[in-house]
Design a protein. Structure first.
Length: 361
């Protein structure tokens, strides 16, 4: 017994403190390896599907690569697609970390776009430095208010947030469609759209790119979200509730208020993404502001494992896959449904690899 103790306590024996970082790095490398294997498998399976459709898989992937990252203009298009996914994904990451399943980001985006767009159109502010931030605040508040409805229903009457947030998407869409057909419709236009936003409300581009500065706003919010979730009481309580709600309540945290606050934060991010779309690529209110960014961002948050920096990487991946799918649809004459299936393969296999990695630890 004495010899065993001495061997353990000796300088040459195993040191638990030094073993912990090694184990952490080993787990990270294993996770990266599984993710890389998932990407390779997705490429292979996608290639098989392309070949069965009569396309050349190698040429298709070459077209996808050149059509997304082959020029500065194409990179700009990917980043334009990335910006709303990044913002909404950050908000959903906060909600999902608390196990509050916000499926209503699409509606929150639309309400933010509508409120912020109306503000930019009709509030007489001619200074860009004032109008753009003010419209962003209005859009975020509108999205947060739409999220508050879901949080209040869950906290007050235990209404399932999946159902309520999903149904409110359609309510928001109908409100937007009515508004641009009646009170906000461009009086000299033939289409149900609003007037074009004034120049003071148009987002400038990032120098050297054809991407609006809304992307920079999203990038700037990544460290903010990371800090809040790791270093503040709100973030601690959010993570605690995601792990065990009963224990959180036993610790004295009012989970009803926390659920509502999480939904407000998540909705505010989506609303901000909505008004940035209006002031950026769209330049007016239309019924096609979003091709489904709110739903796609759910995948972004899940692929990112609700980590802020992971949201950025996942948003770029999904944005590139979306644009790349459009490219090979044109160049290889493949059906659109096939490009959607290939995108789904990438996401599905990455999620499976993540699940396998967690079980193996």
């Amino acid at each position: 017994m004495t010899a065993t103790i001495e061997a353990t306590d000796s300088p040459g024996g195993p040191d638990p403190d030094s073993a912990a970082p090694v184990a952490g790095w080993s787990a990270r490398l294993s996770s990266l390896g599984l993710s890389a294997a998932a990407v390779v498998a997705a490429f292979v399976l996608g290639g098989v599907l392309l070949a069965l459709a009569g396309a050349n898989p190698f040429q298709a992937y070459a077209d996808m690569l050149s059509g997304t990252f082959g020029s500065r203009f194409n990179i700009s298009l990917v980043l334009v697609e990335t910006a709303p996914l990044l913002l909404i994904g950050l908000g959903l990451a906060v909600a999902f970390r608390a196990r509050v399943w916000n499926i209503g980001a699409e509606g929150q985006l639309l309400m933010g776009a509508l409120a912020g767009g109306a503000f930019a159109l009709y509030v007489p502010i001619g200074t860009r430095a004032v109008l753009i931030p003010a419209a962003c605040v209005v859009g975020a508040l509108a999205g947060g208010a739409w999220g508050w409805v879901v949080g209040f229903l869950r906290a007050r009457w235990s209404v399932n947030e999946v159902i309520s947030s999903l149904l409110l998407n359609y309510v928001a869409l109908r409100i937007l469609e009515y508004t641009i057909r009646k009170p906000l419709r461009d009086p000299v236009g033939f289409q149900p759209v609003s007037e074009t936003l004034p120049d003071a409300a148009r987002l400038p581009d990032i120098p050297g790119l054809k991407t609006h500065i809304g992307l920079l706003i999203g990038l700037g919010l990544i460290p903010v979200v990371a800090y809040v979730m790791r270093r503040t009481p709100f973030g601690f309580h959010t993570r605690m509730m995601g792990l065990n709600r009963d224990a959180t309540e036993a610790a004295g945290v009012r989970t009803g208020r926390l659920i509502t606050a999480v939904m407000v934060v998540s909705g505010a991010f989506a609303g901000l993404a909505g008004i940035l779309q209006v002031m950026g690529p769209e330049s007016r209110l239309t019924g096609n502001i979003s091709p489904g960014f709110g739903f796609t961002a759910i995948i972004v948050a899940l692929v990112a494992r609700t980590r802020p920096i992971g949201v950025l990487l996942a948003a770029v991946l999904i944005g590139a896959l979306t644009l790349g799918g459009d490219v090979i649809q044109r160049t290889q004459q493949v059906p659109r449904v096939l490009t959607i299936v290939i995108q789904a393969l990438f996401v599905l296999l990455i999620l499976v690899a993540d699940k396998v990695g967690r079980r193996s630890r």
